[in-house]
Write a protein that binds this ligand. Structure first.
Ligand SMILES: [Zn+2]
Length: 411
């Protein structure tokens, strides 16, 4: 039998992902998995084990960002997506993947874009260092919807092939089949307008329940999930009634949309850290950012924390996602912004940790990660300090292990 690496990790404290803490723990890792979780006093180190002292560290499940876009973009100028070649953007995205991993985020879900389809394979085969990536591939969107690049002629959008434009249940069903054919791990649909799309409104609904249902049927048949970009309450309702598994953004929630999410057990990925990003860009607009985008941001900032608090209070399952894609204010590596912002706007820090680990893993449909338990995959992150009392300690990453391999250790 091949020799399997055996580590005995000795942090000060363990957060298990479910909300419990253990003082003076010992976490045993064998091969790719957690072999045992015990206390320092009762650990049997055994031969050939490597002891890893993690002084001052709280060890946690590897963190999860349920909403990113590996775009390789570096500015807010919409023209960049057209004039910077895909090859260059892909190389930039490889750098982004490494940054994410070293910041303790061992799993990322890309919610739309073709680069991630290649990137996840490059990581899985060991060509580049990065987190586990789930990729939606090309998003499904109605003509003129959020992902239809409104500034280009329609035929150019179709030719460039970054989005699956479709109208009517059968076209949407075919689009879902195409996305799956291209290797999508999940399907992304657009059921409302958005901030980054010129000619629509975040509060207006897009797609119909029937159209969404045709997509969710195709995805669920093959055990895959559907995430919906839905900012206005009407778009949220269409998505939930159409059977999606998670609502992304949900900036303008009302009682009915919250009730529907609760009733159907749909996850809410509020991408709340964008409030802070929007505020910063409104204070000093970065070069290239269009005027219409600033105006839309302004319209959202008030409602985002309100919707988040209402959903949290109601008990909706919340998972962390940043919607980061590259530019300085939305950089890979800064994914801790989301749990930190959630705490700033009223979430209990332990709930924010659960949202970043167990809940986010469940949102992605991954039962092997998200908690530190015997038999789970050894994705682990160690931070200096105690994130239960100081959520900012998520930025002080001292240790990262992915699938039993140490990728970062600061002494
Ligand atoms: Zn997004």
């Amino acid at each position: 039998m091949a020799h399997r690496e055996r580590y005995v990790l000795l942090p000060d404290r363990l957060f298990d992902g479910r909300g419990e803490f253990l003082d003076k723990p010992a976490v045993i890792v064998e091969g790719k998995r957690v072999a045992d979780v015990t206390t320092r006093g009762s650990v049997e180190v055994g031969e050939r084990a490597t002891i890893v002292e993690l002084k001052g560290v709280t060890l946690m499940p590897g963190l999860v960002d349920a909403h990113v876009h590996f775009s390789g973009l570096r500015t807010y100028n919409p023209a960049e997506a057209v004039v910077v070649p895909q090859e260059l953007r892909t190389l930039r995205a490889a750098q982004d993947a490494q940054k994410a991993l070293l910041s303790g985020f061992t799993t990322l879900r890309d919610c739309g874009g073709t680069i991630a389809l290649a990137l996840k394979r490059a990581v899985a085969e060991g060509t580049i260092q990065g987190p586990r990536i789930l990729a939606a591939g090309r998003p499904i969107c109605q003509t003129g919807g959020h992902c239809d690049a409104h500034y280009l002629p329609l035929e150019d959008v179709v030719r460039r092939g970054h989005v699956l434009l479709c109208d009517g249940p059968w076209e949407c069903r075919k689009a879902a089949r195409i996305a799956l054919r291209e290797g999508a791990d999940l399907i992304k649909v657009m059921t409302s307008g958005g901030v980054g799309s010129e000619k629509d409104d975040p509060r207006h609904p897009q797609m119909s329940v029937e159209e969404v249902r045709s997509v969710t049927e195709e995805a669920h048949r093959v055990g895959k999930r559907v995430a919906s970009h839905a900012q206005g309450a009407e778009g949220v309702k269409i998505a939930v009634l159409g059977g999606v598994d998670s609502i992304e953004h949900g900036y303008f929630l009302d009682e009915e949309s919250i009730g529907l999410m609760l009733e159907r057990g749909v996850f809410y990925v509020p991408t709340l850290c964008l409030v802070e990003v929007y505020k910063k860009t409104l204070e000093s607009p970065p070069p290239g950012i269009p005027e219409w985008r600033l105006r839309k941001q302004e319209e959202c900032v008030e409602h985002m924390p309100q919707s988040f608090r209402a959903a949290y209070r109601a008990g909706v399952k919340i998972a962390t996602g940043t919607d980061y894609y590259g530019p300085p204010l939305r950089a890979f590596g800064d994914h801790a912004d989301e749990p930190i912002t959630m705490v700033k706007y009223g979430m209990n820090p332990v709930d924010a940790l659960v949202a970043s680990t167990k809940n986010a893993a469940e949102c992605l449909g991954l039962s092997d990660i998200g908690t530190v338990e015997k038999g789970k995959i050894a994705d682990l992150v160690g931070v200096l300090g105690d994130p239960a009392t100081d959520i900012e300690s998520l930025r002080r990453v001292a240790f990262v292990m992915k699938e039993g391999t140490i990728v970062l250790k600061r002494s």
